[in-house]
Design a protein around this ligand. Structure first.
Ligand code: SF4
Length: 259
């Protein structure tokens, strides 16, 4: 397959053996979230700290470079899935082309996005049974959403509704933030999602403290209360903080940049 040699905004890739997936990190983001994990490090949080501390930014992959890396991951490790996140994938002007390259390699694709701005070409690529769009909604309360992200909630909900109407495969993510996004707000978010389709899955992450954000780590019982509140409205609710408590299964390989 002939792949264009244009630049992407992809600066980092890691591979997870437990589900044969590569996590593809995009550099830029259009939000300014108070609790963004990138305040701790721009490198994947699953890498051993001695590896992350030695990593240096080495620029962006081209589309051709991405294709070559993924072809190698498929032949060497049997890669099945690409997860695009970061950062915010929709800020890459070449996201639609990136999606076409990954689809051409027969991968399942998950795109983690704040859904604030999605251009028409990208939206078209999202309409595909092999693509899941994971929409991260920090709060269903418009005032809190803007306070946390710096940007209004309405465009996020409008894009979510648009994707639902186009039959895009969706998953919702939110974070249980003690004293900010608690079980009441998470229940209300679930109620809104259920008004579209109660079978859309929701993942609730635990909050991890970062410099400059006033909140502490979520406890397991807070996470479970939020799960319960969301489960009133939605059929599939998962608290992902439990996975962090239990530890990640399998190996994590640094793919790009190399040390
Ligand atoms: S949308 Fe994600 S990457 Fe962007 S600032 Fe918020 S938490 Fe960070």
């Amino acid at each position: 397959m002939l792949v264009e040699n244009v630049s992407t905004r992809i600066f980092h890739i890691v591979f997870f053996t437990y589900d044969s997936s590569a996590y593809v990190h995009f550099y830029d983001c259009n939000f300014r979230c108070k609790g963004c994990l990138r305040k701790l490090s721009i490198w994947d949080c699953h890498l051993p700290s001695d590896v992350a501390s030695r990593l240096k930014f080495r620029g962006f992959l081209t589309l051709e470079g991405l294709n070559n890396v993924v072809v190698e991951l498929i032949s060497k490790y049997g890669m099945k899935r690409a997860v695009l996140g970061g950062g915010e994938p929709t800020t890459d002007p070449n996201l639609a082309k990136i999606l076409r390259v990954l689809k051409g390699l027969n991968l399942d694709i998950a795109v983690l996005t704040n859904a604030y701005t999605i251009n028409e070409n990208v939206m078209k690529e999202f309409v595909d049974p092999h693509v899941t769009v994971i929409v991260s909604i920090k709060s269903i309360d418009p005032v809190k959403h803007e306070a946390y992200t710096g940007f209004p909630l309405r465009p996020v909900l409008d894009n979510l509704i648009k994707m639902h109407d186009l039959n895009v495969k969706l998953l919702i993510e939110t974070i249980a933030i003690p004293g900010f996004n608690d079980e009441y707000d998470i229940g209300e978010l679930a109620r809104f999602i259920a008004s579209l389709d109660k079978s859309i899955p929701m993942i609730i992450d635990s909050f991890i403290p970062v410099p400059g954000a006033p909140w502490r780590r979520t406890t397991l019982s807070e996470l479970e209360r939020s799960e319960k509140a969301a489960s009133i409205y939605l059929d599939n609710v998962y608290g992902r903080g439990k996975v962090i408590v239990e530890g990640l299964k399998g190996e994590v390989y640094l793919i790009f940049p190399e040390l």
